[in-house]
Design a protein around this ligand. Structure first.
Ligand code: HEC
Length: 105
């Protein structure tokens, strides 16, 4: 009987754990999408670019991180992006770059 109870507990813990892993995995792309929406006001729908503002979809992840880290450090000159990039953490830059690189052109 005692053994039954602990097996039951183990099952519930496993289910709870699997469920939380699912939530964590689902949360990351959502955060990227929410943050990316702020970029789209300038970079156009789906990151396709708009007027003089360059496109973001169709770029490699490494191109995007290179630009954003450059803007952040000031090594890459910009009119606007320096201000935005400075507000992003390194993790956020990687996450956004991955997101935009995943978009279809
Ligand atoms: C207010 C308008 C605006 C917003 C908002 C904006 N950008 Fe930009 N972005 C620009 C402009 C303009 C450039 C060209 C460089 C410059 O002059 O700042 C640019 C350039 C870039 C580049 C370089 C692209 C290339 O091919 O050289 C990347 C990458 C980029 N932006 C990513 C982002 C991300 C990610 C966000 C959201 C966090 C974002 N931008 C939000 C206006 C904007």
């Amino acid at each position: 009987m005692k053994q039954n109870v602990s097996i039951h507990f183990l099952t519930i813990s496993t289910i709870t754990l699997l469920f939380s892993i699912n939530i964590v995995m689902a949360a990351a792309p959502n955060k990227a999408k929410i943050m990316a929406d702020a970029c789209l006001t300038c970079h156009g729908p789906n990151g396709a670019g708009s007027g003089k503002i360059p496109e973001l979809n169709g770029l490699e992840k490494s191109d995007i991180t290179e630009s954003l880290f450059g803007f952040k450090s000031g090594d890459e000159k910009s009119t606007i992006m320096g201000r935005y990039a400075k507000a992003l953490s390194d993790d956020e830059i990687n996450m956004l770059a991955e997101y935009f690189a995943s978009l279809d052109k």
